[in-house]
Design a protein around this ligand. Structure first.
Ligand code: KG4
Ligand code: ZN
Length: 347
């Protein structure tokens, strides 16, 4: 089954052609960092305008790279939410028009489900269930139990900042350019992670929820204090990173202690982080659990992961090319989506 994937939920304009949810024939992504960098964060209006300018070319480029004319595609998968409404609308409107014009089935995918199935792109193994997924990106941080492709349960989520947001904000405090996560990662590799101790906050010991805003604030106070003036930025970066990794891995440990899992996935933009990858792999090998981490190009937003999720979720995410709506607050579980009356869902 050949799927065209379309992803425009945030600031990456992406299209991909994927066979059977796994073989990526083409994956095209145009980052817009240069347009947002001077504002220090994503400007939603700029993001949607760039999507409008770039998406048709991205789709044509993906089809050309895959040597697949669009009418040879079996179906179209698009990110329906969550994300920025203006950005989502561009992808959803294009996907509906293409599906209608070509007479192909359409699938409306949850962006976060896409991140989870990204771990099984371009590799021989199929997804394994029940799966424990740690999903850490610029907009989300959550721990998920995946019982089957269509049965997913959030075990814990951040109560304030997402992990990527904490990285980006802390990077800014350290004077690093936007987007700061990868820059902070590089800087931390030259620093001493034991030099400073930043808090490992657990908002509620009874739950698997996360919190990062206290950590970011404590780095800020430290940098503003007299002691903070003379420090090496590399050491602060490494010590901050060690705290993030400890907090995330503590939740993963707790989740595995509570229930059994067949495999574990680390995904989302922050999954590209070198220290987190090391900690996750070493935990998995200690616990003798199979670990899957996408390569960096599939950790950050891409359209191949959207095609993969649609392939595995099938009819459960099948949509009508005339009525599918973008939903910036799309619920996480497919049941919640179904449980909502149509008017409430399409508000
Ligand atoms: O998944 P993603 O591309 O977009 C969202 O859906 O949010 O994630 C982007 C986030 C940004 O916050 C970025 O700074 C972070 O992932 N990120 C990293 C690294 N690479 C990307 N954070 C830490 N270390 C990295 N190597
Ligand atoms: Zn994402």
């Amino acid at each position: 089954m050949l799927l065209l994937g379309i992803e425009t939920s945030c600031d990456d304009t992406a299209a991909a052609v994927v066979r059977d949810g796994r073989d990526v024939l083409a994956s095209v992504s145009t980052a817009q960092d240069a347009f947002h960098a001077k504002y220090g964060g994503i400007v939603p209006e700029i993001a949607s305008r760039r999507h409008t300018a770039l998406l048709s070319a991205a789709i044509e480029h993906a089809a050309a790279l895959a040597q697949t004319p669009l009418d040879a595609i079996d179906a179209i998968a698009v990110t329906r939410g969550p994300g920025l409404i203006g950005s989502l609308v561009v992808g959803v409107a294009s996907a509906k028009a293409l599906a209608f014009a070509l007479g192909k089935p359409l699938y409306g995918v949850n962006h976060l489900h896409g991140h989870i199935f990204a771990a099984f792109l371009d590799r021989p193994e199929a997804p394994c269930y029940p799966m424990l997924a740690l999903l850490v990106s610029g907009g989300h941080s959550q721990l998920v139990r995946v019982e089957s492709p269509t049965s997913l349960e959030i075990l814990g989520r951040t109560r304030d900042d997402a992990a990527g947001e904490a990285y980006d904000k802390t990077a800014r405090l350290l004077g690093l350019p936007y987007p700061g996560g990868p820059e902070l990662d590089k800087l931390a590799q030259q620093g001493d992670a034991n030099k400073h101790t930043f808090p490992r906050h657990r908002p509620d010991p009874e739950s698997l929820d996360l919190s990062f805003s206290g950590l970011k604030t404590s780095v800020r106070y430290f940098l503003e204090s007299p002691a903070g003036k003379a420090v090496k930025r590399e050491d602060v970066a490494a010590s901050f990173q060690a705290a993030v990794v400890d907090v995330l891995m503590a939740r993963v440990e707790s989740a595995l202690a509570q229930r059994e899992y067949a495999c574990a996935v680390l995904s989302g933009g922050v999954a590209a982080n070198s220290a987190l990858q090391r900690a996750f792999r070493s935990w998995a090998s200690r616990k003798r659990i199979d670990a899957f981490i996408p390569p960096p190009k599939y950790c950050t937003d891409n359209a191949a992961m959207i095609a993969a999720a649609a392939y595995y979720q099938g009819d459960a995410v099948r949509a009508d090319p005339l009525t599918l709506d973008a939903d910036p607050n799309l619920p996480f579980t497919l049941n919640e989506q179904e449980a909502l009356p149509a008017q409430a869902r399409h508000r």
